[in-house]
Every structure is written in structure tokens, then in C-alpha cells.
Ligand binder design. Structure first.
Ligand SMILES: [Zn+2]
Length: 273
């Protein structure tokens, strides 16, 4: 129980760091220096006002100095990351798997929120994810290679590479035909773009699915790809009634689908088959 609480607290600290990443990475600013500051009055935030989750309530969601409201987003990211880290801890305990997949989940959170803000993500985020994911499956593969008894197909690295190629190829194929469809639609309607966009899926979505393939394999790519639209449709219905924009950043839905498949993929597969 105490260890689970510790995992939750550790996760909330991780979430606090992710807030910094989400805010600074798209602006090409360092995520290490300077220390956190209020975006309104630029006062640097004291350590006792920077405690994940708790400070938000103590400060009543306002900057101590200028009383500018602190966005609800900060505590959302902290709680979300803490819950995800706790779930991973309950699944894996303190292990390399926990480190590996909490890294992936951190990338899911960061890319999703940046996509919500900018409708695009820095290319290097998924490249870093793909590279580290491959490195992670290289090590157990290396140990298996040294024993001399193995099947090529059972090597984790082989599965990661298959996942990568399939994730990129499969998603790109959908993007290609989606773009053709959008083109035809724009021609018929004699428009230049749909609210400034001419693409069905972005290249960020393609890279993202490559990353999912590296970490979770071919099957997960297919499940995530076909599950994400269900989440997106739910939001679209909401958007049609409450907002005008039909454009939706897609990474949050791919991330939601990834988390669902990660924890309940076998059940979903069992249900379908
Ligand atoms: Zn302030």
C-alpha cells in the first residue's frame, strides 16, 4: 500500500515535469533551465508552491504573486500522469518494464497536449521514442543471442522492427488514401481547404503509430488504429453541438486508444474474436 502511494506521488512529480515539457518544447525552450515561473508575472515559483497537485489547492489556483489564474490543465496532467504511473506500477512492480512503459506513456501525454495546443508536434519527439524503444528491445535480444538458443522471430528486437515498419506503413497508407479523398472533396466543393487543413492524417500521426509499433507490436497498432476513431467520434458529437470547429487533433485519441489497448487489449481482442 505504501509503495503504491509512493508510485502515485512519483507519478505526480513526473506529471509536473511533463507540464514543463508541454509548455516549453514547442517553443524550443530548455526544459531544465530556468526553473518554473508564472507565465503572467514571470516570478519564479518557490519550491513550496510547486508541489504537484497539492500546491494547486493551497494557492486556490492562483499565482501567489499576481493572482493570475493557474490553468486547470496543470493539475489535470499531474493527476493523469500519477494515475497512469500507478497503473503501470500495479502491473509491473519496480522493474525495467515500468521504466520502459512509463517513458512511452509520458510521450503519449506530452504529444497529446502539444497536439491539442498546436495541431502538430515536434518531429523529434516520436523519433526519440522510436530510437529508445528499439534500444530497449535490443538489450533482451542481445542476452538471448548470447545463449545461442533462440528463434529469430521470438527476438524482442525483431518484433519491435516489425511493429515499426507496420505502424509507419499501415498508417501512411491510410493517410495517402485519406488525402486523396480530401482532395476529391475539396474539388467537388470548390474549396482550398477545410478550415486551413488539406490533410486527412498528419505525418505526426504516422510517426506516432510507428512508435506504438516499436513498443507494443503489430497487433496493438491495428487495435489502436481502429479503436481511436470511436473516441474521436464521441468528441466530434460534443464539438458539433458546443463548438464550431470540425478539426480535431488526433493524437489524444490515438493515445487514449493506446492506453486502453495496453491494459485491456487482450479482453478487446477476445471480445472481437
Ligand atoms: Zn504571477
Amino acid at each position: 500500500m505504501i509503495e503504491a502511494i509512493f508510485a502515485f506521488i512519483l507519478g505526480s512529480c513526473l506529471g509536473s515535469f511533463l507540464n514543463v515539457c508541454i509548455f516549453r518544447l514547442p517553443k524550443d525552450k530548455s526544459i531544465i533551465m530556468p526553473r518554473s515561473f508564472c507565465t503572467n508575472c514571470n516570478t519564479s515559483i518557490k519550491w513550496y508552491d510547486n508541489i504537484p497537485i497539492i500546491s494547486f489547492f493551497i494557492l486556490k489556483a492562483k499565482c501567489r504573486n499576481c493572482k493570475h489564474p493557474i490553468s486547470f490543465r496543470y493539475i489535470l496532467v499531474e493527476v493523469l500522469t500519477a494515475v497512469l504511473f500507478l497503473l503501470l506500477y500495479l502491473k509491473f512492480g519496480w522493474s525495467w518494464e515500468l521504466a520502459k512503459f512509463s517513458f512511452l506513456f509520458c510521450l503519449l501525454v506530452v504529444t497529446s497536449f502539444i497536439d491539442i495546443d498546436y495541431h502538430a508536434i515536434p518531429v523529434y519527439l516520436c523519433v526519440v521514442g522510436i530510437s529508445l524503444g528499439l534500444l530497449w528491445s535490443f538489450w533482451p535480444s542481445f542476452k538471448m543471442l548470447r545463449t545461442g538458443v533462440y528463434e529469430l522471430n521470438s527476438l524482442p528486437l525483431a518484433n519491435s522492427l516489425k511493429g515499426l515498419i507496420f505502424g509507419l506503413g499501415f498508417t501512411y497508407l491510410f493517410k495517402f488514401f485519406g488525402d486523396v479523398f480530401v482532395d476529391i472533396y475539396l474539388n467537388i466543393r470548390k474549396k482550398d481547404s477545410i478550415e486551413g487543413e488539406r490533410e486527412s492524417l498528419g505525418l505526426g500521426d504516422v510517426d506516432f503509430m510507428g512508435m506504438i509499433g516499436v513498443f507494443m507490436g503489430v497487433k496493438a497498432v491495428v487495435l489502436v488504429f481502429f479503436l481511436a476513431p470511436f473516441f474521436a467520434v464521441l468528441y466530434s458529437i460534443f464539438a458539433i453541438f458546443f463548438k464550431k470547429s470540425h478539426l480535431i487533433p488526433y493524437l489524444p485519441y490515438l493515445s487514449l486508444a493506446t492506453i486502453t489497448v495496453f491494459f485491456w487489449g487482450d479482453k478487446i481482442l477476445g471480445f472481437i474474436l
